[in-house]
Design a protein around this ligand. Structure first.
Ligand code: ZN
Ligand code: ZN
Length: 360
């Protein structure tokens, strides 16, 4: 099934663009909307026209994760480079707003929908600076089929400043969550934070690296690290431009999910009991929404994601291997240890759900 194929490659933590391209090559390309840029070699919706966010910051949706575009006096910084085969489309969109060279690429994490077209940009600009966390480099390098042209020219451990003054960019790595190397990017002059896949489609984070507890810690550390920077705009790794309050809500939710899951687990209740507990807090309503978002490339409803993450937490509490597997997209077994989740809770969206997707 096409949906499952997309999900499958996105959760292979160390899988690089080359391997992903091989997998995605098995499927038919998506229909190309009239006026859309050159069709990418992936099954995800193609890149859309570049959108202005604020000041000198733009984003390009589609073809993988959002690409953030920051135009500076001597060149352009790109954050994330979509799936393989989207390099020309990215450049076509950037050229609509500036002729300046690409000087820096930052990759938020190792997944192929965020690193895949780095090689194309690197060929155009051989001196481009490519920055990522040590963890992201390790994940890319660990893949025997990996593309060495996706590897960074420099890495950082937990904090890095790029540039100075009004053109300063701040990178933060606050722990393992979506992957082992998640990077958060702050553009201080724009009061803007780019989240990578720790925030996508305004739902709880997808946890292929495992760790419902880890992601709660990671988001709390992020909020604490950047809370005095006056951030107003929070750009998701896929999907929307969001705000500071929505990040704080996500952080509260990630923690509340682990707390509710632990209480339900200790009582011997099924995972659905923890989700029912979360539903009692009206602050969490957007994160428990039952609609498929319009434009969603892969994934499910926010409610289904909440169920998935409670299942991940149950595997952690049981001392089992977390990460993609039974807990991340399928119900838990109905053993005494787990009591099981309802298959409906984590099932992929039906064609009817996708057709009825709510507005962006
Ligand atoms: Zn992604
Ligand atoms: Zn990802």
């Amino acid at each position: 099934m096409k949906f499952k194929a997309i999900l499958a490659f996105l959760v292979a933590g160390s899988m690089t663009a080359t391997a992903a391209a091989q997998q995605t090559g098995a499927g038919a390309p998506p229909p190309r909307p009239a006026g859309a840029p050159a069709a990418p070699r992936s099954m995800l919706p193609p890149p859309e026209p570049i959108e202005h966010i604020t000041g000198n910051v733009y984003k390009i949706f589609g073809g993988g994760g959002n690409t953030l575009v920051v135009v500076q006096h001597d060149g352009v910084i790109l954050v994330d480079t979509k799936m393989p085969g989207n390099g020309q489309a990215i450049m076509d969109e950037v050229r609509k707003i500036t002729d300046k060279p690409i000087k820096t690429i930052i990759c938020t994490h190792s997944h192929p929908d965020h690193t895949g077209s780095t090689d194309f940009i690197r060929e155009l600009y051989p001196n481009v600076r490519i920055v990522m966390s040590e963890g992201t480099k390790a994940e890319l390098a660990a893949n025997p089929q990996g593309n060495p042209k996706l590897l960074p020219t420099e890495t950082y451990k937990d904090r890095l400043t790029i540039g100075e003054g009004d053109e300063r960019i701040e990178l933060f790595h606050t722990g393992v969550g979506h992957t082992g190397g998640d990077t958060f990017v702050v553009v201080p002059a724009a009061k803007l934070l780019f989240m990578g896949d720790v925030m996508a489609w305004n739902m709880a984070p997808f946890l292929p690296a495992g760790g419902a507890t880890a992601i709660a810690v990671e988001t709390e550390k992020l909020v604490d690290a950047v809370k005095d920077m006056g951030i107003q705009i929070v750009v998701e790794g896929h999907g929307h431009v969001n705000d500071w309050a929505s990040l704080v809500r996500l952080s509260h939710f990630n923690r509340a999910l682990v707390t509710a899951a632990k209480a339900a687990y200790d009582r011997g209740d099924p995972p659905g009991a923890a989700v029912a507990e979360l539903k009692r807090n009206p602050e969490f309503a957007p994160l428990l929404d039952t609609h498929i978002k319009k434009g969603l490339e892969y994934g499910n409803t926010p409610l289904a994601r909440a169920h998935m993450n409670v299942n991940v937490a149950y595997t952690e509490f049981a001392g089992e291997q977390a990460g993609f597997g039974i807990a991340n997209g399928a119900p838990l077994p109905a053993t005494d240890k787990h009591k099981g989740s309802d298959p409906k809770d984590t099932a992929p969206p039906t064609p009817e759900m996708l057709a009825a997707a709510v507005a962006k």
